[in-house]
Design a protein around this ligand. Structure first.
Ligand SMILES: Cc1cc2nc3c(=O)[nH]c(=O)nc-3n(C[C@H](O)[C@H](O)[C@H](O)COP(=O)(O)OP(=O)(O)OC[C@H]3O[C@@H](n4cnc5c(N)ncnc54)[C@H](O)[C@@H]3O)c2cc1C
Ligand code: FES
Length: 278
């Protein structure tokens, strides 16, 4: 099986998550690794005939039935036409690609997930995987920030997990928007502010980050101030990609390639790479 050749996938469900973002469920007809065997943090390449091909993070769980969940923000040449797609239409998918979050190292640890904006898409996949092994983990905390409350993704699911006592959730929005009354406890602040005074056991905590690159330096220094070691901080990096398989060099992060060496790196790996964090 050649994973660089796209396989067909039919849109089976579409859910509008926010004004500019949707959750697409695709069904591949095969028990293909693109749907059945990926790690949270890995990505696939989705091709839309006539528009092009883009990398997208897995947003759900591996499925032996061939289902794939993708959360797509409609912003450009490929993602905007995807807004008009309807159930029954077909796209191409190839993958899984890249290196995901180091799940085996999380056993027995406290997990601190930190999502900014669309970064919640891959962290939802990570969260679903962690929930399957919840009894083998310590504390599970999610810090989640977005521009305004209305653009927070999967809020119902996240609030339910908090209500059920499975996870602690802290939310921040840069601007109040119209949703402040609907979300008591949401702080009007930038995401890194949620780290201020956070009660964690740094020697027992692994942090998994996904957000806009601009927020990473502040998040990393916040975590370091709390005492979290660089090899316990895992970040998903975003770079422009073409091939997705290490051939074109488009996605360089210093001397490493985001598509094969990442997108998830530990901060210990990134710290010595020039230009890795903006
Ligand atoms: C490993 C990886 C995983 C990714 N996972 C996801 C995912 O799960 N969901 C998702 O929607 N996207 C994801 N992306 C980003 C996605 O691939 C880009 O949004 C996509 O390439 C934009 O393609 P486009 O052709 O529609 O936009 P383009 O035509 O290439 O861009 C149009 C304009 O939109 C801007 N733009 C591009 N992306 C964004 C953005 N995210 N927010 C705001 N403005 C933007 C560009 O700077 C440009 O100005 C991921 C990228 C990588 C590298
Ligand atoms: S996208 Fe081609 S080398 Fe990474």
């Amino acid at each position: 099986m050649n994973s660089t050749i796209p396989v067909p996938a039919v849109v089976s469900k579409i859910r509008q998550v926010t004004a500019d973002t949707s959750l697409l469920t695709l069904r591949t007809n095969l028990d293909h690794p693109v749907a059945s065997s990926f790690l949270p943090g890995q990505f696939l390449q989705l091709s839309l005939p006539g528009a092009g091909e883009i990398p997208l993070s897995y947003c759900g769980s591996p499925s032996s039935e061939g289902d794939i969940e993708l959360c797509i923000r409609h912003v450009g040449h490929v993602t905007t036409p995807l807004k008009a797609i309807v159930p029954g239409e077909a796209v191409g998918v190839r993958g899984p690609y890249g290196r995901g979050f180091p799940m085996p190292t999380y056993t027995g640890q406290d997990l601190l997930l930190i999502a900014g904006g669309l970064g919640m898409a891959p962290l939802r996949s990570l969260l679903l995987a962690l929930l399957k092994q919840r009894k083998f983990l310590g504390r599970l905390t999610l810090l989640y920030g977005a521009r305004e409350i209305e653009s927070l993704l999967f809020l119902d699911e996240l609030l339910k997990l908090q209500r059920d006592g499975v996870m602690q959730l802290q939310v921040a929005a840069d601007h109040p928007g119209h949703g402040l009354n609907a979300l008591p406890g949401c702080r009007i602040a930038l995401l890194p502010a949620l780290l201020d005074g956070l009660d964690i056991d740094p020697g027992q905590t692994c942090a998994a980050l996904c957000g806009p690159p601009v927020v990473y330096p502040l998040l990393v220094s916040g975590l370091q101030l709390l005492g979290v070691a660089d090899n316990r901080i895992h970040l998903s990096m975003e770079r422009r990609m073409k091939c997705g398989v290490g051939r074109c060099g488009h996605c360089a992060v210093g001397t490493r390639l985001c598509c094969v060496d990442g997108p998830v790196f530990s901060y210990a790996e990134l710290a010595g790479l020039e230009g890795a964090l903006v």
